[in-house]
Design a protein around this ligand. Structure first.
Ligand code: GLU
Length: 300
């Protein structure tokens, strides 16, 4: 994976910086501001009556959280330290703490877009935090606490690209996205380019590799994800900046576990109310200076 290789190349710079005592990781512009991240107090004696998922977590004395591992700034696994970082990872950790689990009791499990519903309903993960759009189709298989963030579909192109200005200028262009995602579905449904021009992979980093290698013309997914890749390669990539869908992010949970959904919603609401959400946002996604609107939870 070329993108990973480039990220690893940046590590050398990161190491030099940390040798000078400066905070920073291998992720270039999308690296979180570690020092500004909140600390999450681990709740004691938590009960979630009637939640089979919580009972399983208690029995295992750990929580297995489904995440992305190739989305800088959101859910990213450092290939050298194996540490996870980003906005989604912080939300995942915060919820775990409110459920009574420390960071050490978390096991992250990378699950690509196309496999999320199955991983949740099979019980392979206790919950999922990874740029997961809440929609009615998915609600038939899983349930959601959220939204904890509102993103929108956008386009990532090479810096020198001038002919792609938005969704209406994609005809005849090779467009790459992830299998099982809402953006690729949107490209098909809206016929934004011809079927033979749609290229799909399990993850967006593979699309970014192809974009850098001139093998596709655009990568499409949520703006929040694309901004992370652009921040890693500011001299080579840019986000077009015209969103054309609504992608409200939810924490994916087993469908029938209403007790856990209520508990996770309480945790998100508290973070939105007490400044924790804002701190997380500012230290991760907000580093580029963009201001996020706090989302309004939809309980059901
Ligand atoms: N938010 C969109 C989705 O859930 C795109 C990002 C992703 O694939 O995770 O499909």
């Amino acid at each position: 994976m070329r993108f990973r290789t480039l990220a690893a190349g940046l590590l050398i710079g990161g190491l030099v910086l940390s040798a000078c005592g400066k905070e920073g990781g291998p992720q270039g512009g999308a690296a979180p501001n570690e020092a500004a991240l909140p600390k999450y107090e681990v709740a004691k004696n938590v009960q979630v009556a009637g939640s089979p998922t919580f009972a399983r977590m208690k029995k295992n004395q750990k929580v297995t959280i489904g995440v992305k591992d190739d989305q800088p700034g959101l859910g990213y696994k450092d290939p050298t330290t194996n540490e996870y970082s980003g906005f989604d990872i912080e939300i995942a950790k915060m919820v775990a703490a409110d459920l009574g689990f420390s960071a050490k009791q978390i096991q992250y499990k990378p699950v690509p877009s196309e496999a999320r519903e199955q991983a949740i309903s099979n019980g392979d993960v206790d919950y999922y935090v990874g740029t997961y759009t809440i929609n009615d189709e998915r609600k038939q298989q899983v349930s959601f606490a959220g939204p904890y963030f509102n993103a929108g579909q956008d386009l990532l192109v090479r810096k020198e690209e001038n002919s792609i200005k938005g969704p209406d200028s994609l005809k005849g262009k090779k467009v790459c996205s992830a299998t099982g995602s809402t953006p690729i579905e949107n490209v098909r449904k809206e016929k934004l380019t011809q079927p033979q021009n749609i290229v799909e992979f399990q993850g967006y980093s593979q699309c970014v590799d192809k974009l850098l290698a001139n093998e596709v013309d655009a990568v499409t997914t949520d703006d929040a994800i694309l901004k992370g890749y652009a921040a890693e390669e500011p001299d080579k990539l840019k986000v077009v900046g015209e969103t054309f869908s609504e992608e409200p992010y939810g924490i994916g949970l087993p469908k029938d576990d209403k007790a856990l959904r209520t508990k996770v919603s309480d945790s998100l609401q508290q973070a939105l109310d007490n400044g924790t959400w804002q701190k997380i946002y500012d230290a991760t996604l907000g580093k580029s200076g963009s201001k996020a609107q706090k989302p309004k939870l939809e309980r059901y």
